[in-house]
Design a protein around this ligand. Structure first.
Ligand code: HEM
Ligand code: NAG
Ligand code: NAG
Ligand code: NAG
Length: 429
């Protein structure tokens, strides 16, 4: 397997995406959806010819290609009382501007088109995985809610044991502790309402060369990590939610929200754009958060075509943060009281395949996170579906694409008994 993402690999994975409709989506994706996914894959394959992915590059800038409309059919419309919004400012903003359905429930294809193609320039690989993961764990295998449980009738109920909970109800499966602006679930009783002091802290952090860039966000994450150790007796840095989702919640802020321009092709993120995407008004000292009103700023430019934020690119950011702050990869948590953070013995969890010192090497961190999620899936899915075969096959197809980009050791089994001492770990296996 390869250790870095190459042109050939991108073309290869794009080709495999074209093959999705017959393998991964055969259960319940319409012909129209199949065609649109094939179209997306063809676009990325064409873009791959003269671009590289996996490492940051000098992407260039094209105002006409990167401008994201906020007018006409894409004008901001605040959510109404029955519209669903949740912990993800990117998805909330897409719904408010009609890039995914305004009610907050979208299909896998709509999530992929919105995040990859139209609004943010997320890699097709990352967008597909994130959208399928949501459909499997928080939805009906086709669609899912960006907030809490959707009202009856919006999702299919075939094969489901109960109402899908949406990403607001996905703590430890998707939703994680140590979010930038959102609270830890077991500390505050919800995981999606902005804590203004957290936003204030971010806003007042020293800026990097590109504004609120990773040199700002990574130390902020370290501070938030320590706050969870200090204040949340049930803090849990989970194998998937802590290792793979928590870093995304930080890197996405700069990688996606920043405004791209000829002067700053990789983006500059200033305070006004940050406030707009986080639905914050006012000034330091009197900031106000209006729930669910996340806005794409007017005259804002997304990532360059061909410079999509892919899984290998995300891995570069994830590892840079972990080398600076090794605790980020320390799977474990508080044991019931604050300041009791104890790392689990990863060798015992993984049959000796991983340990803390090797997790920061190569693709190991993401390999471990995704492999753990795969091994833990059957137990979680048993509680959600009458038969786990359809959700497992969907998840495994999505994971197979991810693993084709990574160089991973074999993980045969996981021992979840190792998590018995962490009261905040429920839901992660
Ligand atoms: C299908 C694609 C996506 C899925 C499934 C997804 C899902 C999620 C989930 C589950 C969370 C909660 C994580 C946590 O507890 O910290 C989250 C948070 C977040 N997401 Fe997304 N997201 C997606 C796309 C995006 C995009 C395109 C952006 C672009 C700005 C974005 C930005 C963020 C940020 C900044 C947070 C952290 C919010 C905070 O706590 O302050 N996401 N997302
Ligand atoms: C909010 O704070 C800013 C800066 O401190 C100040 O200029 C402004 O008048 C305040 N606004 C309100 C409504 O208090
Ligand atoms: C984005 O950058 C361009 C070029 O500097 C600028 O004209 C535009 O106003 C910026 N947009 C936002 C929302 O700051
Ligand atoms: C981990 O495995 C080692 C070696 O088998 C054993 O000595 C140790 O007690 C185990 N730790 C836990 C917490 O199970």
């Amino acid at each position: 397997m390869k250790s870095s993402f190459s042109l050939a690999a991108l073309a290869f994975s794009a080709t495999k995406v074209v093959a999705f409709p017959s393998s991964m989506f055969h259960v319940d994706i319409s012909e129209e959806e199949k065609r649109s996914i094939a179209g997306i894959a063809a676009t990325i394959e064409a873009g791959a010819k003269n671009k590289r992915a996996g490492t940051p590059l000098a992407p260039g800038f094209s105002a006409s290609q990167q401008y994201v409309s906020t007018t006409g059919e894409y004008a901001f419309v605040a959510p109404g009382p029955t519209d669903l919004r949740g912990p993800c400012p990117g998805l909330n903003a897409m719904a408010n501007h009609g890039y995914i359905p305004h009610n907050g429930v979208a299909t896998i294809t709509q999530f992929i088109q919105g995040t990859y193609d139209v609004v943010f320039g997320m890699g097709l690989d990352l967008a597909t995985f994130l959208a399928v993961y949501g459909a499997v764990f928080d939805g009906d295998l086709t669609s899912w809610s960006i907030g809490g449980p959707p009202p009856a009738g919006l999702l299919s109920s075939i094969g489901l044991l109960g109402t899908p909970q949406g990403i607001s109800g996905s703590h430890n499966k998707y939703e994680s502790d140590v979010s930038p602006t959102r609270p830890d679930l077991y500390e505050y009783g919800n995981d999606y309402k902005v804590i203004l002091s957290q936003f204030e802290q971010l806003y007042s952090s020293p800026l990097g060369p590109n504004g609120y860039d990773l040199t700002t966000l990574t130390p902020f994450r370290a501070s938030r990590f320590q706050q969870s150790i200090d204040n949340n007796p049930h803090f849990f840095n989970g194998p998937f939610s802590g290792v793979a989702v928590q870093p995304a919640a930080y890197t996405f802020i700069y990688r996606f929200m920043s405004n791209k321009s000829a002067e700053y092709p990789e983006g500059y993120l200033d305070g006004d754009v940050l406030k707009s995407f986080f639905s914050i008004t006012g000034e330091p000292g009197n900031f106000t958060w209006t729930e669910g009103n996340e806005r794409i700023p007017d005259n804002w430019y997304k990532r360059a075509i061909g410079d999509e934020y892919t899984i290998p690119y995300f891995n570069v950011d994830l590892l840079a943060a972990a080398l600076e702050y090794p605790q980020f990869l320390d799977v474990g948590g508080n044991t019931g009281t604050v300041n009791t953070f104890t790392g689990v013995d990863l060798q015992n969890v993984t049959g000796g395949v991983y340990d803390l010192s090797t997790l920061a090497q190569g693709d190991n961190a993401l390999c471990f996170a995704y492999q753990f999620a795969q091994q833990a899936a059957p137990d979680i899915l048993k509680g959600l579906f009458s038969s786990i075969t359809p959700p497992l096959s969907k998840l495994n197809s999505a994971l197979a694409s991810v693993f084709s980009e990574l160089s991973c050791p074999q993980l045969e089994a996981i021992d979840t008994a190792q998590f018995a001492n962490y009261p905040g770990s429920t839901g992660s296996y």
